[in-house]
Structure formats: C-alpha cells, structure tokens
Design a protein around this ligand. Structure first.
Ligand SMILES: C[S@@+](CC[C@H](N)C(=O)[O-])C[C@H]1O[C@@H](n2cnc3c(N)ncnc32)[C@H](O)[C@@H]1O
Length: 410
C-alpha cells in the first residue's frame, strides 16, 4: 500500500470538469507545480478551499497530471492487493450481469472500471481461461507486483502480460513488456471462444506475439450487429471483403452463419493473414489473402462485394494527427464503398480515440459523396457491455462502428 504523503490542490475554478466525473486533471488546472512527485505516486487531491476531492495517481511530466482512483476519503488501501481484488470483483459482476462472461470478453477497461491504465481481456478456451493484461500508466506500473498477486488470486487460468501500448512512452515507461506470468504451453496459436448470435464459435489467435492483447475483442459487439442483419438472408453466395482483417474475425463470423461465403482478406501482416485464412476456412468458406497496404492502390473490382468491412488501425493517435487522419479515413472509406454491390452492406469502423462520432460521420459522408454512391445506416455500433464508457469521459469512447446499405432504389 502506498504512503499518501502529498496533497495536490486545484486552482480556483479548476474543479468543474472533475466534479462532473471526469477522471483526469491537467497541469493547468493545478494551483502549483507537478514536479514534487515521482511518476505514478498516489496523492490526495483537494479543491482550492482545501476540501478533499479524490485520491489518484500523479505524474510530474505527463500532460495528464492526475488520474482518479477513488472519491472515497476512507478508501485508504489504494493500490493494495485487496483494493485490486475489490475492483476486479466489481468488474466481473458487471460483465456477469450483462451475460458477457460465457465467452471471451474484456474484464478490465481502465477508467470505466476505476483502474486507469489497466486493461485485461479474458479468453475462454477449451481448457483453462487465459487472462491477458496490459499496463499503460506509471501508477499501475509501480504496483505491478500487487496487480499480479491480485490477478493470481482472482483467476485460475494462465496469465500473460502484453504491455505493448505506445502510450507507455508518454508515461516514461519502457516501451514494451510481454511475458507469461502464469501457465505454460504454446500461446502462439490458441483457440478461443467468441459470441456468435445465441451460441459461441471458436477462432484461433496468437497470444505470444499478436497485436494488442492478441485479439480485438472490442469488435465482438459490432460483429453481432452485422450477423443479425445477415441472419435472415437466403442461402445465396455472399462475397465479403474484409479490409484490415487481422485474424479474420469478421469474415469468420459471417462464414460461421452457414451462408455460402467467399472472403477476400486484406492486411499488411503476413502472420495475421495466415491465421485469418484458416479461421475463415474452418467454417467451410473460401478465403483468399492479400498482403497489401490499404492506403496504396488496390485492384478489387468496383461494385463486386455483398459485404465490405473496413476496420483500419487508429489513424489519429494524437491531436496533431486529426486533419491527416480524417483525410485517411475519407480516402480509405471512399475506396471501400466503391467495392460494395448496389444494395450490399458496408461496415466502417474507427478506433481513433481522437475522432469524435461527428468527425467520423463527416468523413463517411465525404467518402460516399466522393465515391458517388448512396448510403443509409442500418445500425450504429461502438462499445459493447464489456467495454463500458463514462458519459463524462469522452476520451474513453474510442470505438465507432456504422453498418449501412449502399445504394437503394429511390
Ligand atoms: C484495428 S486492427 C483490425 C482488427 C480486425 N478487423 C478485427 O476485427 O480483429 C487493424 C489491422 O490493420 C492492419 N493494418 C495496419 N496498417 C495497415 C495497412 N496500411 N494496410 C492494411 N492493413 C493494415 C493491422 O495489421 C491490423 O491487423
């Protein structure tokens, strides 16, 4: 348990956003310098009249100076094993209550679970569960031992750390740590269970060296929306273009409906493509892989796919990237929309935290106008119940997803 020795005070008027529930304080909102703390030290936050506001993790040089841990002045065992166990139990209860623990799911989602800088995904396998966690803040890094002890008590299966996010650099942390904390065996090709309408299906992913925690669980909610839209289709052959497919979860989810499907899988990662092909083919669908950069020219015929999925990496990682990132979304989505057959479905996603829903809508409007096609939205996705968000914290709402029909007869 950390010793809370320091109290930070806000400037007069610096508490408005924080009192609304926002979990961060920026240096300009403080009445003093931030230099008196070690990165990640737990401090007490007071308003300008010296009233207690919260406990949180402080940072001397990050633009985010303070990240809220607790509003409870009596919660004195912050960052202890017991503290983590309490937060983990609350997080699990939320997922259990929404019916999201019977398949792979995100268990811990940073600020939304009261744990800034800590993420954990639980992957259900035929054997024991695999939990993959990621630390992105100096405060969580400082108590890694307590986190690991709590995870070991809380879960029974294997535990892998995949702390590889680029955000670690801004907190002054070593760029990357990937290691098996508990368990043995080959994590490089593991079959995991995923939600598929009312049942589950199994796909393979790499948890020894894949991207992020090994699998993009955030799209599980959105792929269900697409499946619902496809589920009543006649069994006519369906041509699918899965752009930035990673291990092919969209194409494989569609193939698992039993519809006769041909999937063109596109990514820059050879390893991901190989896994994507086998994930799609295990449901009896045909799969072709294309190791190409989606920002270069590609030669898929226009108006030739029944479903096109466009799920690129984040084009906007910081504020300065916004204009260029948005023009990237316009260009890519324009080309993607052009490939959809009249009446076909178009899925477009952005995982850039810095791109608001309204920016994304503008980019998509511009893309479909440049593509000279019509588009009407049938479903709007985003964060599923295992990736909860806070109304007062738009920074935590990174995922946008729209599903629409291209061209219609009026
Ligand atoms: C957000 S992930 C996509 C996740 C995937 N659609 C899923 O649901 O699991 C982005 C993917 O784009 C790939 N990628 C990154 N840059 C790319 C590019 N320029 N062209 C094609 N693929 C790219 C990455 O290898 C990664 O697999």
């Amino acid at each position: 348990m950390p010793n809370i020795l320091k109290t930070w005070r806000l400037k007069k008027g610096g508490d408005g956003r924080f009192r609304q529930g926002h979990p961060w304080i920026f240096s300009g909102e403080l009445g003093h310098s931030t230099r008196d703390v070690e990165a990640g030290e737990v401090v007490e936050l007071h308003d300008d009249k010296d009233h207690f506001l919260a406990f949180g993790m402080a940072h001397p040089s990050s633009t985010i100076s303070f990240r809220k841990l607790s509003l409870n002045a009596k919660e004195k065992d912050l960052m202890s094993v017991d503290f983590f166990l309490r937060r983990f139990a609350q997080a699990r209860l939320l997922r259990e209550n929404s019916g999201w623990t019977g398949f792979s799911h995100r268990l811990l989602f940073g600020e939304a679970d009261g744990l800034p800088g800590l993420i954990a995904d639980v992957f259900k396998t035929k054997g024991e569960d695999l939990l993959v966690f990621q630390i992105t803040t100096a405060g969580m890094e400082a108590v890694r031992t307590e986190i690991v002890t709590a995870l070991e008590k809380f879960t029974t299966g294997a535990i892998v750390e995949a702390s590889t996010s680029s955000h670690r650099k801004t907190e002054g942390l070593k760029p990357s740590r990937r290691e098996v904390v508990r368990g043995s065996g080959d994590f490089s090709n593991l079959e995991i269970s995923l939600k598929h309408l009312g049942r589950t299906i199994q796909l393979n992913a790499n948890f020894a060296g894949g991207q992020k925690t090994g699998f993009f669980l955030d799209q599980q909610w959105n792929s269900q929306l697409l499946l619902e839209l496809l589920s009543k289709r006649k069994k006519t052959p369906l041509k699918v273009l899965d752009l930035c497919c990673y291990v092919g979860q969209w194409g494989a989810q569609i193939a698992a409906t039993g519809l006769p499907v041909e999937v063109d899988l596109v990514d820059t990662s050879k390893d991901a493509l190989a896994m994507a092909k086998s994930n799609v083919e295990k449901f009896g669908a045909q799969a072709r892989t294309h190791e190409i950069d989606v920002m270069d020219e590609w030669d898929f015929e226009e108006k030739s796919f029944d479903v096109v999925i466009c799920d690129p990496p984040a084009f906007v990682k910081k504020k300065n990237d916004l204009a260029q990132g948005l023009s990237g979304y316009v260009k890519l989505n324009r080309e993607a929309i052009r490939r959809v057959k009249p009446g076909g479905l178009f899925v477009s996603s952005s995982c850039s935290g810095g791109v608001k829903e309204s920016d994304f809508s503008e980019a998509l409007l511009s893309a479909r106008t440049k593509a000279s096609r019509n588009l009407r939205w049938l479903a709007q996705g985003g964060h599923g119940p295992d990736h909860p968000t806070l109304l007062e914290f738009p920074e935590g709402q990174y995922l946008k997803c729209r599903i629409g029909q291209v061209d219609f007869p009026f």
